[in-house]
Design a protein around this ligand. Structure first.
Ligand code: AMP
Ligand code: ZN
Ligand code: FE
Ligand code: FE
Length: 294
């Protein structure tokens, strides 16, 4: 048994550590396995696996998808899938094209609001090279606003401009629940609802019940944003619906400065290999029921 983290972002999406840096950080934190779950991109995995192999760290294939539902947006983590599966890769690429267009619209809104920012400022927050190798998101724009001196922190950029309901917020394309689950399952993976606390409480528990019926495999019970009461609540729901209770820090490096990899906020997240074993068993059960290619 050892410590792991099942939720972390790199510079491929809105984290601030490169895939190599993230893996070295995982080693320094004493982790034996790490799932990389960039938003709408699997491009960090290859580099991460190369760096991780000699360090004895197990890199778990992952991704984080944004899903639109009647209960509002929620995030879905995919794990242990084939990251070369063509349908999945094509859909992720299309979602990222939408993200690029949305970023330009957000910048337009900011300019209209009297905040002199350009796409070049945002571009400076992204890794150099091929735009197809990145997944642009609001944190890049938040950081550009901070660097240009328009806000003092990433959080202030969200609170004033970019957060849901704020004046420069532009929604992005979201998958339907059915499509998101199918994308992950067809690629041989398992699907876990991320940080359920972010869903409006009125609809949340009903959403979890309906997702469980639709084939959801797990629930991220152990998340830095969940207080002990929320964890107890989601653990109960997971048990009730036959979902694997998972956990992860949702590490974003300097974009979420209070969250540490493998630790969460002030050590409030700890996940062990037992959770990974449960996800692997679930994947094997799925494959026994639906052998690949059938
Ligand atoms: P996007 O995928 O472009 O919509 O951006 C989502 C990212 O922005 C996630 O990593 C969130 O953690 C972060 N984010 C969303 N809303 C907020 C908020 N109100 N404050 C801080 N970060 C946020
Ligand atoms: Zn993120
Ligand atoms: Fe998320
Ligand atoms: Fe995340």
């Amino acid at each position: 048994m050892g410590d792991i983290d099942l939720h972390a972002h790199t510079t491929v999406s809105d984290g601030t550590l490169t895939p190599s840096e993230l893996v070295r950080h995982a080693k320094a934190q004493g982790l034996v396995a790490l799932a990389i779950t960039d938003h709408d991109h699997v491009g960090a995995l290859q580099e991460a696996r190369k760096v991780a192999a000699p360090l004895g760290i197990d890199i778990i294939t992952g991704v984080e998808l944004s899903v639109g539902s009647d209960a509002g947006e929620f995030h879905l983590l995919g794990f242990l899938f084939d990251d070369t599966e063509p349908q999945l890769l094509a859909r992720l690429a299309a979602l990222r094209t939408d993200r690029e267009q949305r970023a330009a619209r957000i910048v337009g809104r900011l300019v209209d609001l009297g905040v002199p920012i350009t796409l070049a400022h945002v571009e400076a927050q992204l890794p150099p090279g091929d735009p197809a190798a990145r997944s642009i998101g609001r944190p890049h724009i938040a950081r550009a606003l901070m660097v240009a001196g328009h806000v003092d922190s990433i959080q202030e950029a969200f609170d004033k401009y970019l957060g849901n309901g704020q004046p420069a917020h532009v929604p992005k394309e979201k998958l339907s629940t059915t499509e998101a689950l199918a994308l992950i399952h067809r690629a041989g993976g398992v699907a876990v609802m991320a940080h359920p606390i972010t869903v409006d409480e009125t609809h949340r528990d009903a959403l979890i019940a309906s997702l469980a019926k639709a084939g959801l495999d797990g629930l991220e019970v152990n998340h830095a944003k969940h207080d002990p009461e929320a964890r107890a609540h989601f653990a109960r729901l997971a048990k009730q619906h036959g979902l694997i209770p998972t956990g992860g820090s949702d590490f974003h490096g300097a974009n979420k400065p209070d969250v540490e990899l493998g630790r969460g906020v002030n050590g409030n997240v700890r996940v062990t290999t037992e959770v990974l074993d449960a996800l692997r068993r679930r994947k094997a059960e799925r494959q026994a029921q639906h052998p690949p290619g059938q």
